[in-house]
Design a binder for this molecule. Structure first.
Ligand code: 1QQ
Length: 382
């Protein structure tokens, strides 16, 4: 009899537990949370970009989560370091997908990492939002891969045409890194844009990641007397190139024109005075008068003690884009529904402007051309 009573007790308890599981608090609370994995370069050659990406994302996460009301979905963020390398990017993606079971991934920082890591997410059916990959061939990996970063193929022709119109450049020397997906893509984009614009390419020279001495290439370039130096480099090498060009006596009247790799305050910090006059195409500039952007620049500066850069802005916008897609999907754990909802994001108010994806899942925003003036990226033209 006693045995029967305890058996009934166990039965009642397990019924109660399964009722809680079916209708109760625990799963309902879980269903209101969306896990997002953030893979940014916190160490390695691209750490300057990763640091501001994390800041921009964190600011947006806190804004969104502070507003999430009774029906709101809480965004749960998992940050990890892709170490600026493809191998570590793969490790982080695998962990996010299989161990953490995230609903969506933002990152990785470099195209060089994305071109391998994104394949894992595509195969697993996990949506990815790239916020700084600008090489070609990233969104082409598959229909789960999106980006809010403008490609070099969009930004660079605009940069070259603006520079041609404003500065009347006719002949340039071209210098690029030949061992990275982004620097190679930037080189191709520059070459095409220069050819299209009828600007003569006097020479093409290369360097590798980690190089510190660019004097052989720059000495040759100096001897050619170009109107400008066009350069596709990540920020570590870009900083050295800019500083050494001026040290070698290439006049400040010969502008250095860079791609997205130059688009970091780290360039200005590392190269100092030599960075003045550097021209960089971009997807965003701090001076954008959009009310949302003004608030972002203010809040970010207050929180972190420095002004945001484009990488912070793209990360901030990216979190809002994911939030919108997760809300539209209805179920924060349904990766496929989130992917489908991403394609429906339209006219979303972000710090990059009203945002939408092109049919190829790339960013639909407009580029701008910047010039370094008094230690800041100012607008040269649109
Ligand atoms: C890329 C880039 C880098 C310059 C920044 C992260 O645009 O790797 O695609």
């Amino acid at each position: 009899m006693k045995k029967l009573a305890s058996l009934l007790g166990v039965l009642a308890l397990s019924l109660l537990l399964s009722a809680v599981a079916a209708f109760g608090l625990a799963p309902a609370a879980q269903a209101k949370e969306a896990k997002i994995g953030f893979a940014f370069s916190m160490t390695g050659g691209a750490a300057a970009y990763g640091a501001t990406q994390k800041n921009g994302a964190q600011l947006a996460l806190d804004e969104i989560n502070a507003k999430a009301g009774a029906d709101g979905i809480k965004l749960v963020a998992l940050f990890d370091d892709d170490a600026s390398t493809p191998q570590q990017g793969i490790n982080v993606f695998n962990k996010f997908i299989n161990a953490d079971k995230v609903s969506v991934i933002m990152g990785p920082t470099l195209s060089n990492t994305a071109q391998v890591a994104d394949r894992i997410a595509q195969q697993a059916g996990v949506p990815v939002l790239a916020i700084s990959n600008t090489a070609q061939g990233i969104t082409e990996i598959g229909d789960f891969i999106f980006r809010d970063s403008l490609t070099e193929a969009v930004v660079i022709p605009n940069t070259i045409n603006t520079v041609k119109a404003k500065l009347g450049i006719k002949k340039v020397a071209l210098l690029y890194g030949n061992d990275d997906a982004f620097t190679k893509a930037g080189y191709e984009a520059f070459k095409n844009a220069l050819n299209q614009a009828g600007i003569q390419i006097m020479s093409e020279q290369t360097f590798a990641k980690g190089d510190r001495d660019f004097s052989p290439q720059l000495t040759q370039i100096k001897g050619m007397n170009p109107d400008a130096i066009v350069c596709s480099a990540l920020v570590e090498e870009a900083s050295g190139i800019v500083a050494q060009a001026r040290q070698l006596g290439i006049a400040a009247s010969v502008p250095i024109i860079g791609g997205n790799g130059f688009n970091s305050p780290a360039l200005i910090k590392n190269a100092g005075q030599a960075a003045e006059g550097v021209i960089v195409g971009a997807a965003w500039n701090a001076a954008s008068p959009l009310p949302l952007n003004k608030k972002f620049v203010e809040d970010y500066t207050k929180r972190y003690g420095v002004a945001p850069d484009q990488f912070a802005a793209q990360a901030h916008a990216g979190v809002y884009i994911l939030n919108e897609a997760i809300k539209k999907a209805g179920d924060p754990n349904n990766r496929k529904a989130i992917r489908d909802a991403m394609t429906q994001v339209k006219d979303l108010d972000t710090v990059l402007g009203p945002f939408f994806f092109t049919p190829g899942r790339d960013a639909g925003s407009q580029p701008v051309v910047q010039v370094v003036k008094n230690g800041k990226f100012a607008v040269l033209g649109n």
